[in-house]
Ligand binder design. Structure first.
Ligand SMILES: [Fe+2]
Ligand SMILES: [Fe+2]
Length: 264
């Protein structure tokens, strides 16, 4: 062992430098695999989430429409996804950093996810560069991170509302985006999203597994608890049509998908 996992996670989370965040995140994953990080450390740490000065953060409604028929629209669309991937790095780091005393596998899972999100970010940042743009060039919104803050007190709520709700919404949103990119001649970005969609099924699957584990430990029914949490947190229900195939692979049951598809 050569150091506290949590100190390393906190540093990766806090940095506002993009390249440093990517390097610290992949460094944690490598040291974790080599068995060099102590996950039993109980020293309390203050967690701060760092992001660069740009993009400018604006309310969701102030993010302009992104019609993919023009190069500018496709660049804005890709920028929005690059921002999601950047936020996803911070989310996975925070899942692992914030909640102590959980099984080793929990930390392994979210360290692995953080490293994959860093790959997704770089992959899509390259696609954005092909349009002559970089991360930060357009405004973005902070909706994803707000849910992290609201669930900072409870890993059960965090698993339900971040991976199992918000990342699952990404599974639904991706195939239509891919179609629009292909229709407008950007096959390369659509293929990058194939890789991301495959990995994201895994992330939602981990969220599903840990959510069910925490529900079981508390003696509550997972699928009922999930719908109660959506209500309590005034969270959006999935937009239909859902990507049922991907959601079933990630661990949702067909009965739960049917219940979620019903209007309240
Ligand atoms: Fe991702
Ligand atoms: Fe993800």
């Amino acid at each position: 062992m050569s150091g506290s996992l949590f100190t390393r996670l906190a540093a990766a989370l806090a940095t506002t430098e993009i390249d440093e965040k990517l390097a610290l995140t992949t460094g944690i994953a490598a040291d974790w695999r080599a068995g060099r990080l102590d996950w039993r450390d109980e020293t309390p740490l203050e967690l701060r989430c760092g992001r660069p000065a740009r993009p400018e953060i604006v309310p969701p409604k102030a993010v302009p429409q992104r019609s993919p028929t023009t190069p500018e629209g496709r660049a804005r669309l890709l920028h929005a996804i690059v921002h999601i991937e950047f936020t996803a790095i911070n989310l996975a780091l925070d899942h692992a950093a914030r909640f102590r005393g959980l099984p080793q596998a929990y930390y392994a899972d979210w360290i692995g996810v953080a490293a994959e999100e860093a790959e997704h970010f770089s992959l899509l940042r390259e696609r954005l560069a092909s349009y002559g743009h970089d991360y930060g060039d357009f405004p973005a919104h902070a909706g994803l991170w707000e849910m992290a803050e609201k669930t900072a007190h409870d890993p059960l709520a965090r698993m339900a509302l971040v991976p199992r709700l918000l990342e699952a919404r990404g599974l639904d949103a991706t195939p239509p985006i891919q179609r629009r990119l292909v229709e407008n001649g950007d096959e390369a970005s659509a293929r990058a999203l194939d890789i991301i969609l495959r990995d994201e099924i895994g992330h939602v699957g981990l969220g599903d597994r840990w959510f069910r584990t925490f529900c079981e430990q508390r003696g509550s029914d997972a699928e009922t608890t999930y719908r109660e949490l959506l209500h309590t947190y005034k969270a959006p229900r999935p937009a239909t049509p859902m990507n049922e195939k991907a959601r079933l692979q990630a661990g949702f049951s067909a009965a739960e998908l049917a219940a979620l598809a019903k209007k309240r």
